[in-house]
Design a protein around this ligand. Structure first.
Ligand SMILES: Cc1cc2nc3c(=O)[nH]c(=O)nc-3n(C[C@H](O)[C@H](O)[C@H](O)COP(=O)(O)O)c2cc1C
Ligand code: SF4
Ligand code: SF4
Length: 419
């Protein structure tokens, strides 16, 4: 077995053995589940959101989005916060911290008034939590005084962050809703209110599928459904974007972020670290595959760090950020024409169809031999390279400069998914 790299990291002053956390959800909602997850190797848990409000869940409450033979591209849930009495949850948090002192326990809370937020902050602090996360972001609460309606209102985010921060000595983390254009606005409000960290993203309001018999959305609950949270692999691009945008804002660049959304593998986790996350949180892929996915995350990230010569996890945080620049600053002075390898080509015709119907009619089709060839109209968009089902069959080829620059091809750094 490969040697394990040092994956430990300090997160808001709390030592974590690794950056892998369960996010607040049914995967970490009671003593036995969290104990099992800790033993499987997770560095910590954001315990399922607790509050005075006790959820009365509907049935069924899940749906998924599939494509061809890939089930679970995206996942919809209509769950709210914990359906257990607050006292039971506090006891579970207390016992877990007592029995696993080296693991990190983040208590996620949600109130509906200043007093409730304060009371919850005091109670989870007494129960022994290391950190507190404020859930400003559940998209399916039955009251507008809670959840993502709060997260879209910077004044309420500031007010409740202040109430919680004033009632505990623990660092407070604000969990953001993606159901908003500019997450920086509520995130800055949370910091102004006293929060020390930001988590993103919670689930995205969605309608996953329409049931054609019942004429309603899925899942169908006695003939009806509701708009509710989308998560899983499909949302990773959105989560990465929000973290990168927040980390690029002058008022948030030094704030520790916790990255969430669609993380299934060590590569997904590392992507969140490279855009500025101190740790990552996972739910949907644990619902699919169980707690054991963390062992591959640990081993994959260890291998990568050793292979790339990184000694500390911290040295990798935000390394991709300087390379994510405004669109107007991209170098637009060249185009990379494609080459087609006729030995690899299976003659499916997808490149021809896509280039003709959606690009620049730059592929000629030999109807007799079923083989494509690139003509002078090619603009180097690489649509064909993305649709070709055979890896390495269509490859980046000649670089054509639009200006008279003296650059040579090796000055141009680019990458396609097959490289
Ligand atoms: C079934 C389910 C229940 C959830 N419950 C909560 C919750 O109680 N509190 C919370 O802050 N987020 C909750 N979430 C959101 C997750 O913590 C996480 O932010 C989101 O699912 C995106 O991560 P993922 O793609 O890894 O699932 C829930 C998600 C799911 C799928
Ligand atoms: S790179 Fe774009 S324009 Fe060129 S052949 Fe491929 S799809 Fe057509
Ligand atoms: S998509 Fe690829 S395999 Fe299919 S015809 Fe074009 S080059 Fe050949």
């Amino acid at each position: 077995m490969a040697k394990q790299a040092d994956l430990s990291i300090e997160y808001l002053g709390v030592k974590c053995e690794n950056p892998f956390f369960l996010s607040s959800s049914p995967v970490g909602g009671c003593y036995d589940m969290v104990a099992k997850a800790y033993e499987a190797g997770w560095g910590g848990v954001f315990f399922k959101t607790v509050g005075r409000f006790i959820a009365d869940e509907c049935s069924p409450r899940f749906d998924n989005v599939s494509k061809e033979d890939t089930p679970w591209i995206g996942f919809k849930n209509m769950e709210q916060i914990s359906d257990k009495p607050l006292e039971d949850n506090l006891q579970a948090i207390h016992r877990l911290k007592r029995d696993y002192p080296d693991k990190v326990m983040v208590a996620t809370i949600m109130g509906s008034t200043d007093e409730e937020w304060k009371e919850l902050a005091e109670l989870v602090t007494q129960a022994g939590a290391d950190l507190i996360e404020c859930n400003f972001s559940c998209p399916q609460m039955t009251s507008h005084a809670m959840g993502s309606d709060v997260g879209q209102n910077p004044d309420l985010v500031r007010q409740y962050s202040k109430a919680v921060s004033g009632a505990t000595k623990l660092p407070v983390i604000a969990k953001m809703t993606p159901n908003i254009g500019n997450m920086e606005i509520p995130a800055i409000a949370a910091i102004e209110g006293g929060a020390k960290g930001v988590s993103a993203i919670n689930t995205i309001k969605s309608i996953t599928n329409i049931n054609l018999e019942h004429m309603t959305a899925m899942p169908v609950v006695n003939g009806k459904s509701a708009i509710s949270g989308y998560s899983g692999a499909a949302v990773k691009p959105i989560g990465l974007r929000f973290i990168a945008q927040m980390k690029s804002h002058p008022l948030l660049k030094d704030i520790q972020m916790s990255g969430i959304g669609g993380i299934e593998t060590w590569r997904d986790a590392l992507e969140y670290i490279l855009v500025g996350s101190h740790n990552v949180q996972v739910t949907t892929s644990v619902m699919q595959y169980g707690y054991r996915i963390v062992s591959d995350m640990i081993s994959g990230l260890s291998y990568y760090m050793q292979d790339q010569g990184f000694n500390k996890l911290e040295d990798m945080i935000g390394l991709a950020l300087p390379n994510i620049i405004p669109a107007e600053e991209l170098d637009r002075n060249f185009k990379i024409i494609v080459n087609i390898d006729h030995d690899k080509c299976i003659g499916c015709g997808r490149c021809y169809v896509s280039c003709f119907d959606a690009a620049h009619q730059a592929i000629n089709w030999d109807f007799e031999n079923r083989r494509p060839s690139v003509n002078d109209e090619c603009v180097g968009c690489h649509l064909c390279l993305n649709v070709c089902p055979v890896p390495d069959c269509i490859r980046p080829g000649e670089i054509k400069y639009k200006d008279e620059s003296k650059r040579i091809p090796k000055d141009i750094a680019f990458q396609t998914r097959y490289e």
